[in-house]
Design a protein around this ligand. Structure first.
Ligand code: DP6
Length: 334
């Protein structure tokens, strides 16, 4: 099964690419997985080995504008800086666009504004691809539903499948080889007072992309066989925690899930390690604060930065111990 087959299944004809407006514009929030996606059963379609569950940060993400341009290639601008056309990011975007223009007849000016550190494990590819496909949907008037956009965005980056909703989102692994059932959906649960703290230790580009890191883990880590079992358990516990609003259960499950994912990576060869000394120091501080009674937990993706999980009533204490933390009150209404 190839990506072009999925395009055919969604559009049933070549995707219409006559612009309906001068510009296409869309925002997609970034999402932080509480139960992680790590490992693919199909690398072409980004079909995951397991389901995953995330929380979206409502105002943090990517705003993307697309316009047709009279040039022989794409122009990609991120936060007012043009990205070199031979960079990995532009290559991935170009390959993604090729799916919608088999004859390469048109090219785009793509302007992405992100208010999160790029490529430092803050899911920038997730909100990047989600906002790009939504902007194309706007430009070409495709009128696709969110679940269809989720399937298309996954072809660009797996975690992008979850970036079409706010709140809690589950991405179902699915079983079909065409991936039409590997789609995300929002959970109808809110948790007023739930906070995510972004603790940035480094905003440098990560040494190993999540794509390469997860492939290496699947291929070489003996611990990876335990991962699907851990995810199944954690998804069930996390849903229970959401249902009864048990915060320590949510925080503990998310933290344990992230640490297990990193353990599978450490057992890969060559090892995959995203920890910096500062990452470990922050973890130890969190564990020590927890022993003193603070309900503070963390999760970590494919980068050295931590995302803290805590409740609104503890914002003051968290800021006191981590002055640089950026707090997002996830369900706060304006
Ligand atoms: C650790 O979605 O970036 O953030 O599908 O290869 O583009 P590709 O990988 P990507 O992986 C994200 C991994 C993660 C966990 C998660 O977001 O669930």
């Amino acid at each position: 099964m190839r990506k072009s087959d999925v395009i055919q299944l969604i559009f049933h004809r070549p995707p219409p690419t006559d612009p309906k407006h001068e510009k296409g514009l869309a925002f997609a929030p970034t999402n932080i997985a509480l139960v992680k996606y790590w490992g693919k059963r199909d690398a072409e379609l980004n079909l995951p080995m397991t389901s995953s569950l995330s929380i979206a940060l409502p105002d943090k993400g990517a705003m993307t504008t697309v316009m047709l341009q009279d040039q022989a290639q794409e122009t990609v601008i991120v936060n007012d800086r043009e990205i070199p056309s031979d960079s990995e990011f532009v290559k991935r975007i170009t390959q993604f666009l090729d799916l919608f223009r088999p004859e390469k007849k048109w090219h785009l000016n793509i302007n992405i504004k992100m208010n999160i550190p790029i490529a430092a494990g803050l899911a920038s590819s997730a909100c990047g691809f989600a906002s790009l496909i939504s902007a194309l949907n706007d430009l070409f008037g495709w009128q696709l539903a969110a679940h269809q956009l989720s399937i298309l965005a996954r072809l660009g980056s797996g975690s992008a499948a979850r970036s079409f909703w706010t709140g809690f989102v589950e991405w179902h692994a699915g079983v079909q080889s065409d991936g039409m059932d590997s789609v995300a959906e929002p959970l109808s649960v809110e948790w007023p007072g739930l906070c995510v703290g972004l603790l940035t230790m480094s905003d440098k580009e990560k040494p190993i992309s999540s794509r390469e890191g997860m492939q290496r883990t699947v291929n070489s880590s003996i611990l990876y066989t335990a991962w699907p079992k851990k995810v199944t358990q954690d998804l069930a516990i996390l849903k229970q925690a959401l249902h009864v609003k048990n915060f320590p259960l949510l925080g503990g499950t998310a933290e344990s899930n992230a640490l297990t994912m990193h353990a599978t990576m450490l057992a890969s060869w060559p090892p995959v390690c995203y920890f910096l000394p500062e990452t470990i120091a922050a973890m130890q501080q969190i564990w020590s604060l927890r022993r003193q009674g603070l309900a503070l937990y963390f999760t970590e993706d494919a980068g050295p930065n931590l995302k803290l999980l805590f409740l609104e009533e503890d914002i003051g204490a968290v800021k006191e111990h981590f002055p640089s933390v950026e707090v997002v009150n996830v369900f706060e209404k304006e």
